[in-house]
Design a protein around this ligand. Structure first.
Ligand SMILES: Nc1nc2c(ncn2[C@@H]2O[C@H](COP(=O)(O)OP(=O)(O)OP(=O)(O)O)[C@@H](O)[C@H]2O)c(=O)[nH]1
Ligand SMILES: [Mg+2]
Length: 296
């Protein structure tokens, strides 16, 4: 397909046209997640620029000037009548608090367009999930998109953390997260791609985001973004061939997050106990050594 045909497919896509109809869904929600400063907000600007094809480059999001935590709210950006992209808050490191929060964001269980705070324990996440139920949304078909910068690179130590995150995102949403590699010409693209392939990622896209200082449209740049949306929608269409039950699926996502948060709390308690025991043991040994010295 050429770029015009791809754009036509994307802008006219409707869930009503899926094999079994929309089954209660009314939008495809692309959930962007990833580390801070890896280009999530810029990716949304790039998508709007190419898909809407309005000619002029505009900045819709709060894309940063440097590697700082620019986006602190979860903001929705409608792209077409059916497709909406969500700019989720990026995190510095996937520690377990931040991952719990990311799953709650990804699972679409918290209110949209609000400030994101990293939760501080089991009670806090339960509280926020219950609050989220007040305006529960059952009609979003969630597609997880992991945005990662090639410039950042991946060390061997980072692989298990990222793989865990991608595997959990898959269990939570029922879809393999699609990886979008940004800053594609500013690092070792082949190596980063290979790392994601080894982690089991099926779909990887790579681009240089359009930014205020570089927004030259080329056919190849347009093609990458349009093909990305085409594949996202084809995957959604494929998943919609089966029978879907949006309220059931939301309940399953909620169970997953509660289970995850509970496990995390238990692990923290265990670690606290182990640390206290180790400190006690070290103290005992120091006292024994001091006594030994005094007796000599
Ligand atoms: N050269 C180049 N610069 C990029 C690319 N993607 C993002 N940038 C720049 O990198 C900086 C950070 O990008 P953002 O889009 O704000 O990153 P983010 O992931 O939204 O960051 P947080 O909101 O902090 O999580 C900005 O100055 C962008 O202009 C890219 O693919 N290539
Ligand atoms: Mg951002």
């Amino acid at each position: 397909m050429d770029t015009d045909q791809l754009r036509e497919y994307i802008t006219s896509f409707s869930l009503d046209n899926c094999a079994r109809g929309s089954q209660g869904y009314n939008r495809v929600l692309l959930q962007l997640f990833g580390y801070m400063g890896n280009g999530k907000s810029s990716f949304i600007n790039s998508c709007k620029y190419v898909v809407l094809d309005e000619g002029e480059f505009k900045t819709y999001t709060d894309a940063g000037q440097s590697d700082g935590a620019r986006t602190t709210r979860r903001i929705t950006y409608p792209l077409t009548d059916t497709i909406t992209v969500v700019d989720n808050r990026g995190c510095a490191k996937m520690n377990s608090y931040e991952t719990g929060e990311i799953f709650a964001q990804l699972g679409n269980l918290l209110a949209l367009d609000q400030e994101v705070v990293w939760d501080k324990g089991y009670q806090s996440i339960v509280h926020r999930l219950v609050e989220g139920d007040m305006n529960a949304n059952y009609s979003d078909f969630i597609v997880p998109i992991f945005v990662y910068s090639v410039k950042k690179g991946i060390t061997e130590e980072e692989v298990p953390e990222i793989k865990d995150l991608l595997d959990n995102a898959r269990t939570l949403t029922g879809l393999d997260p699609i990886v979008v590699l940004t800053f594609k010409s500013q690092g070792n693209l082949t190596r980063v791609r290979a790392k994601f392939k080894n982690m089991g990622t099926e779909r990887i896209f790579q681009l240089e985001n359009f930014t205020p200082s570089d927004h030259l449209r080329t056919r190849a740049r347009d093609q990458e973004i349009l093909t990305f949306f085409y594949e996202v929608l084809k995957d959604a269409e494929f998943r919609m061939r089966g029978k879907r039950d949006p309220p059931r699926e939301r309940a399953d996502r909620k169970k997953f997050i509660l289970y995850f948060a509970h496990e995390r709390e238990m692990k923290r308690e265990r670690e606290k106990k182990e640390q206290a025991m180790a400190a006690q043991q070290a103290k005992g040994e120091r006292e024994k050594a001091t006594k030994g010295c005094l007796l000599q």
